[in-house]
Design a protein around this ligand. Structure first.
Ligand code: ZN
Length: 534
């Protein structure tokens, strides 16, 4: 028998992680204070139908213990419900019976008294799948139901249920079960089943179960047969296509110190192992989330890049869901992080080693005594180290400079924003006049300033917030002399690049050869650069 069935709760006290709903249901029975309909909502696997069946059992149990709030589990009603053979518990899968005729036929039976128990209970699973007509038919019954009838509806998508139905029902929103509770439960089941496991394989199962007790037991079932009752991390990783739990930390360690080689190597390793990229996304997001909180608590200023990384991964996950190319999107998110990694001390150390290696040997080295050479070496090292410190400071200053949004760092910050479409186009043509308290004062040419709408403004505010800035208010003023805008910066940069490019052409070997051999002169102003960038 599958573990999920074997360990399905048989009484309220065995339900895991839904304490609020259980307390409420017990009170309802104790006080005999019934609604005609109950809605159990929540994501798949949280136990909606299980709880619905338990409630139906409690309603019909002949020896229900009001004090303890428990069914007896031995009376004919309890036994019939446990074996799915109770005549008054009518279960309907709305996903397969959406039509109004099905619903009418079902509702016709409502008027008849229960044949076996006290209540006729209709348990409608996936109720949001019903057609509008079916909902209307159901609504009529819900408005004036016979007193022996109770509807229990389960749904993953409450928003698809008409408000008129919801307002006549008592709703329980079932939560995902906490990892601790799920782990505790798996341990208990394993003990019962004589299964051995290491701590890390339990953690993997808990992670994969994503808050569902049922899933945790189904996954355990697979793991037990795969590992022959002796679970270890490596086998479970292979079985479910997940990496060991430390791999995410390793990956980010390499990203933080900008070790591109290692990062790419790691991505290749993932690919060769055919891993579950959805889980990688989730791990990356929860890792960053945790880090951001830690650093915020420490008042560390470097959360900006972490916020940015978080955004890369959350956008990546959205893209993955749209395109179905989860692996590509994960790789891209990782590589985007690399691009933005602030080169920190470790990398500078590596660089300084390179500097030492390529430094030319002193000309008079052969004449120097060993002692002199040693002193020279020390001096050089100091120089390099001074240089390193400078660079580290430079990087730190750079970050420090971006901490507050000002008119002078606007161009730099704009590059980091994830704005798109018209919002990006408009704001790239504005300059920041000043920032006072919570307000940014922009100015820019009419054609941009006057076309910016509420949505564009909100997009910018949101994008800034995602970079870790406070929620600013914006004031935008028309002005013809806004020169310090991201867009004008690009134009200048482009002009500079083209200038350098032309100089390179003029001084290229080919042209020098042309000039020498044929006496031709090339006029730099006549070189046309065909721009594919725009
Ligand atoms: Zn009973």
């Amino acid at each position: 028998m599958a573990l999920a069935n074997k360990y399905r709760p048989k009484s309220f006290s065995e339900v895991i992680g839904q304490d609020n709903a259980v307390v409420a249901l017990r009170n309802i029975i104790k006080n005999q204070n019934f609604h005609n309909g109950y809605i159990f909502s929540g994501t798949r696997g949280v136990g909606k139908t299980t709880l619905g069946r338990l409630f139906a059992k409690a309603l019909n149990c002949s020896n229900y213990d009001l004090e303890k709030g428990e069914t007896c589990n031995v009376c004919t009603n309890c036994e019939a419900i446990q074996t799915n053979s109770h005549l008054d518990l009518i279960e309907i899968d709305a996903a397969s019976r959406t039509g109004v005729d099905d619903m009418r036929e079902l509702l016709d039976s409502v008027q008849y008294r229960p044949s076996q128990g006290k209540y006729k209970v209709y348990l409608i699973d996936e109720v949001h799948m019903l057609s509008m007509q079916s909902f209307n038919a159901l609504l009529k019954t819900l408005e004036e139901p016979p007193s022996h009838v109770i509807f229990i509806m389960a749904t993953t998508e409450t928003h698809k249920i008409p408000k008129t139905i919801i307002s006549r029902c008592l709703q329980f929103n079932l939560k995902l079960v906490s990892d601790e509770l799920i782990k505790e439960n798996i341990k208990k089941v394993f003990k019962e089943e004589n299964v051995t496991s290491d701590e890390k394989s339990l953690d993997l199962l808990v992670e994969l179960a994503k808050g569902s007790v049922r899933d945790s037991l189904t996954l355990s079932d697979q793991a037990i047969s795969h590992c022959d009752g002796n679970l270890d991390e490596e086998s479970i990783s292979k079985l479910h296509g997940v990496l060991d739990l430390s791999s995410t930390t390793k990956l980010f360690d390499s990203i933080f110190i900008n070790e591109a080689d290692k990062v790419v190597e790691e991505l290749k390793r993932y690919q060769s192992l055919d891993v579950n990229y959805e889980i990688l996304f989730e791990r990356a997001l929860s890792f960053l989330h945790q880090k951001i909180i830690e650093m915020t608590l420490l008042d560390d200023k470097s959360t900006q890049s972490l916020n940015l990384y978080y955004q890369f991964f959350s956008n990546g996950l959205v893209d993955a869901k749209h395109t179905g190319k989860t692996r590509d999107c994960f790789d891209i998110a990782v590589l985007r992080c690399l691009t933005f990694t602030v080169k920190n001390k470790t990398e500078l150390k590596k660089k300084s080693k390179l500097v030492k290696e390529i430094r030319p040997k002193p000309i008079k080295e052969s004449l120097q005594t060993e002692d002199l050479k040693a002193t020279e070496k020390l001096k050089k090292q100091e120089l390099v180290e001074d240089n390193q410190l400078e660079k580290v400071k430079e990087e730190e200053n750079k970050l420090e400079n971006l901490k507050d949004l000002t008119s002078s760092n606007w161009l730099h910050i704009f590059d980091l924003l994830d704005l798109t479409g018209p919002s990006r186009a408009f704001f790239s043509n504005l300059q920041i006049e000043k920032v006072e308290e919570n307000t940014i004062f922009f100015k820019g040419a009419d054609m941009f300033a006057e076309r910016i709408n509420k949505e564009n403004i909100q997009n910018l505010i949101d994008s800034l917030v995602r970079l870790g800035y406070p929620e600013y208010k914006l004031e935008i003023e028309s002005s013809e002399n806004a020169k310090n805008t991201p867009s004008s910066k690009w134009v200048k940069q482009r002009a500079e690049e083209i200038k350098i490019f032309k100089e390179e052409i003029i001084s290229s070997d080919l042209l020098i050869k042309l000039k020498n051999d044929f006496g031709e002169n090339i006029d730099a102003s006549k070189i046309t650069v065909i721009d594919h960038e725009e």
